[in-house]
Design a protein around this ligand. Structure first.
Ligand code: KG4
Ligand code: ZN
Length: 339
C-alpha cells in the first residue's frame, strides 16, 4: 500500500501555509504571508492577519496541490493547526481544513503548532530519535519540549515567562532603527560587531531560577536603556556591537538551557525549530555545545524552521501512521492550546 497523502493547513500567525506530504516525503509547501502588512505596527496585528489568511487560503491550496502534482481526490487525510496562536487566524485555517475534509470525506486531525515545529525536521532528516529534546524559538513562542513519542506524547519542560525570543529580536531591532522582523537584520549587523563588547544580562540563570524557563524582557529593557543613555550623551550608537552582544546573550541562554535539559533527562538528540533557529550565532553555538556534550543536533533548513503548512502535514502524517483517532468535527481553535 502506498503511504498516505496528507495536506496540512497552518494559519496560527501571519503565514498562510498549505503543505502536502506523502508519508515523510515533502511534495509541496505553498506559503503566503502578511508580514509586510504588519511592518509599520512593529508586530503582528491579529485582525489584519485573519483577513489576509481568508484572502490567501484558496489560492494557496491550489498552488500546493499543483506543486505536489496531485488531485484533491488523491488526499487521504487533512491536518490543521488547532493552537496555540491567534484565535481569529486559527479559525480561518480550521474552517478551511474542515470544509476540505468534509468535501473529500477524509479524516481531519487537529494538531499542536509546537509539536508540528518538531515534526517538520523528519521531512529533511528522516525519523526522529525518540526521546528527543526540542528547542522552539520564534516570534510567538520559546519552549523546551521533551519528545518521548512525537505522535502521542510531547511534554513541555519550560517556556518563556515574558517575551518570546523572536519578539526580543524584533523589539531590539526597533530600538536600533532596524526593520521588522528584526531577527535577520540583527543577525547581519552582528557579523560586524563584537559579541563581548557589552555584558547584557542572561535572564533566569541564577541557581534558584527555573532551570528550563526563559525570560527576555529584562534583556530587551537593558538594551533599550543602554542605547538611550548613549543617545542622551550625544554619542553614536555602535549598532553592530549592540546587535552582537544582544544576540550572544540570547544564544548563550538558549543553548545552555537546552544542553542542560538534555543532560538532566538523559537525552542525546536535540532539534531546533521556529524562526529564530535561522539565527547564525544560535546555530553555531548550539553546534559547538552539542558537540562538546555528545548530543546529536538536528536543525531543519530555514524555510522549514519558520511557520509553514508542511510541518502540519508532517505531524498529521505521523498521526495517521500511528493510528491516532482523528479529531471530532466540532474541533475548535485554542489560542493557548497546551502541548
Ligand atoms: O517561526 P516564525 O516565522 O513565526 C512565528 O513567530 O511563529 O518566527 C518569526 C521570528 C521573528 O521574530 C523573527 O525576527 C525571527 O523569527 N527570526 C530571527 C531570524 N530570522 C527570523 N531571529 C534571529 N535571527 C534570525 N536570523
Ligand atoms: Zn511557529
Amino acid at each position: 500500500m502506498t503511504e498516505p497523502l496528507v495536506v496540512g493547513f497552518e494559519t496560527s500567525c501571519d503565514e498562510t501555509g498549505v503543505g502536502v506530504v506523502r508519508g515523510q516525503t515533502l511534495l509541496a509547501d505553498a506559503l503566503a504571508t502578511s508580514v509586510g502588512e504588519h511592518e509599520r505596527f512593529g508586530g503582528v496585528v491579529p485582525e489584519i492577519a485573519s483577513r489576509a489568511h481568508l484572502e490567501a487560503m484558496i489560492p494557496t491550496v491550489h498552488r500546493a496541490l499543483a506543486g505536489a502534482g496531485v488531485a484533491a481526490s488523491d488526499v487521504d487525510a487533512v491536518a490543521v493547526t488547532a493552537g496555540p496562536g491567534l484565535t481569529g487566524a486559527l479559525l480561518v485555517g480550521l474552517a478551511a481544513a474542515k470544509a476540505y475534509a468534509l468535501a473529500l470525506d477524509v479524516p481531519l486531525y487537529g494538531v499542536n503548532h509546537l509539536a508540528a515545529h518538531v515534526a517538520v525536521d523528519e521531512l529533511q532528516h528522516g525519523r526522529l530519535a525518540e526521546p528527543s529534546l526540542a528547542l522552539l524559538v520564534s516570534g510567538g513562542h520559546s519552549s523546551l519540549l521533551l519528545v518521548p513519542d512525537l505522535s502521542r506524547e510531547v511534554t513541555s519542560l519550560g517556556r518563556t515567562v515574558d517575551d518570546a525570543a523572536g519578539e526580543a529580536f524584533d523589539k531590539v531591532a526597533r530600538v536600533l532603527g532596524l526593520p521588522f522582523p528584526g531577527g535577520p537584520p540583527i543577525d547581519r549587523a552582528a557579523r560586524e560587531g563584537d559579541p563581548t563588547a557589552i555584558g547584557f544580562p542572561r535572564g533566569l540563570t541564577g541557581p534558584r531560577d527555573a532551570p528550563y524557563d526563559f525570560s527576555f524582557s529584562g534583556l530587551k529593557t537593558a538594551v533599550a536603556r543602554w542605547v538611550e543613555a548613549r543617545q542622551r550623551a550625544g554619542e553614536p550608537v555602535p549598532v553592530a556591537d549592540v546587535a552582537a552582544s544582544f544576540q550572544e546573550a540570547v544564544a548563550d541562554v538558549l543553548t545552555a538551557k537546552a544542553v542542560r535539559a538534555c543532560r538532566d533527562h538523559g537525552v542525546d538528540h536535540l532539534v531546533l525549530g521556529g524562526g529564530v533557529a535561522a539565527n547564525s550565532r544560535l546555530r553555531a553555538l548550539a553546534e559547538e555545545r552539542c558537540a562538546a556534550a555528545g548530543i546529536v543536533l538536528r536543525v531543519p533548513r530555514p524555510g522549514l524552521c519558520t511557520d509553514n503548512g508542511a510541518m502540519v502535514a508532517a505531524l498529521g502524517s505521523r498521526l495517521v501512521e500511528a493510528g491516532v483517532e482523528p479529531s471530532a468535527p466540532e474541533l475548535g481553535a485554542d489560542s493557548s492550546l497546551p502541548i
